[in-house]
Design a protein around this ligand. Structure first.
Ligand SMILES: Cc1ncc(COP(=O)(O)O)c(C=O)c1O
Length: 437
């Protein structure tokens, strides 16, 4: 490598994609529809408008391949998009690998992760539909802070139910949300009937994303002018994230390479979908092969150990039934530091892609994940979020395998967020207190 070896591949504001890509339009076999829990019949749009605005329900169900991005959303994207694509040459050198490791970095926005890509879109669609207030849940606080920021940009109130274990582990994310003007409750809380019931049964309950979703949904249906926003899992959320992969395809062209393997960490599946789905489009429509790998924690292994079946999206069982890989809606994952990966299910689109053999999945324990995140920080400088470090672990393992086989391999992974507000978890790792659950 010399100083003239290109390592950063950037696009201009004019290159922000003008459409989102909908993988559902390209599946060789249609996705099973969400079902009404009572009748077991496919849900109709009017059932969903109790909690979502009509324009987002339409997007959730669309069969269109390309969906136009409204100009006010592109303008908000311009605050931080296009995001950079970098080649991790120092990591490659440290590993002594012939592999080329590229990563897309989603942490360069005020909230620090990929979540604003859908937060600004959801806030915009709610605003034009007349919503005044959004209720939501958050795990590690990345989604809650993104929605708090987006609500500010589009003039909406925001209430966030934050999983209790993260509320205490990550106080600065709570403060970010409050600084942007949101109201934040530790979940389970006494704000809802469901939360109060959970607290009565188990006062020290650490909470889970599924529980916090139940609280946010109950809040929505019991308050006027309020709608619910979800930060992952649903089709429209994965759709909004596809700006990531579309930009990465163009940036890989600038690097004059095409990935052999595309990697993303997967909690509910949205950042993985965002990077991977446009590459799956290339695989399906242009016969451009590449292996696509979702990485999850061993403590919450929905894709690698879950069952593909209909299940609820929340713990209380109030949402429509979705066909997805699930550990069961009552599964409460151990309190691992990658709080954003503690979800019992997987996005139906990602689940369907797995069922059809379009993607692979692997799981890691958190000590090997932090080992990878720390190696990345010590070679590339950037301190990754614990969630993103799952993707780094897989990228490193791919690069080591390439070294052992003596073959060049082009690896692309999504670095979904920075870890500057996760330093408490690095403290646990560095002081040897971190254990695999
Ligand atoms: C930085 C980061 N990466 C990944 C995730 C996992 O979510 P998803 O699977 O929807 O991308 C989260 C969730 O909060 C996150 O904060």
């Amino acid at each position: 490598m010399t100083a003239s070896t290109p390592t950063r591949f950037t696009l201009t504001q004019a290159d922000i994609p003008s459409e989102w890509y909908n993988l559902a339009a390209d599946f060789p076999e249609p996705m099973p529809p969400p079902l009404h829990p009572g009748t077991k019949q496919p849900v109709t749009p009017d059932m969903m408008t109790a909690i979502f605005p009509e324009n987002l329900v339409e997007q959730e169900m669309t069969g269109e391949r390309w969906v136009e991005i409204p100009e006010p959303v592109r303008e908000a994207y311009a605050l931080w998009r296009p995001t950079p694509l970098l080649r991790a040459v120092r990591l490659e050198k440290a590993l002594g690998t012939p592999a080329h490791i590229y990563y897309n970095y989603e942490g360069e926005n005020p909230a620090g992760s990929h979540k604003p890509n859908t937060a600004v879109a959801q806030a915009y669609y709610n605003k034009i539909a007349g919503t005044k207030r959004l209720a939501t849940e958050t795990g590690a606080g990345q989604w809650g802070s993104s929605l708090a920021m987006a609500c500010r940009l589009f003039g909406l109130e925001c209430t966030v139910y934050m999983v209790k274990v993260s509320f205490h582990q990550k106080p600065y994310r709570k403060l970010l949300m409050q600084t942007w003007g949101a109201t934040v409750h530790a979940s389970p809380s006494n704000q809802t009937k469901y939360g109060s019931k959970m607290l009565a049964e188990e006062p020290e309950c650490p909470g889970s994303l599924g529980m916090a979703i139940s609280e946010a949904v109950e809040d929505t249906v019991t308050h006027p002018h309020t709608k619910y926003a979800l930060g992952s899992v649903l089709n429209h959320v994965c759709l909004h994230q596809t700006v990531i992969g579309q930009e990465a395809i163009r940036q890989m062209e600038l690097a004059d390479e095409y990935p052999d393997v595309v990697i993303g960490c997967a909690g509910g599946g949205s950042n993985f979908a965002g990077l991977a789905f446009p590459f799956l489009r290339k695989k399906i429509a242009e016969n451009k092969p590449c292996r696509v790998v979702a990485v999850e924690p061993q403590a919450c292994p929905s894709l690698t150990k879950g069952e593909l079946r209909y299940d609820f999206g929340d713990t209380a069982g109030t949402t429509p039934l979705m066909c997805m890989y699930t550990l069961g809606h009552e599964f409460i994952p151990p309190s691992i530091h990658a709080g954003g990966l503690r979800y019992h299910g997987m996005a139906p689109t990602v689940s369907h892609a797995k069922k059809l053999g379009l993607i692979d999945a692997i799981a890691y324990g958190q000590t090997e994940v932090f080992e990878a995140g720390t190696m990345f920080a010590r070679t590339e400088g950037l301190i990754p979020a614990p969630e993103s470090s799952h993707a780094i672990r897989a990228a490193i393992d791919e690069a080591v395998q390439a070294r052992e086989e003596g073959k060049k391999r082009v690896i692309l992974f999504n670095l979904s967020g920075h870890g500057l507000l996760d330093l408490g978890s690095y403290d646990s790792y560095l002081s040897g207190r971190l254990k695999n659950e």
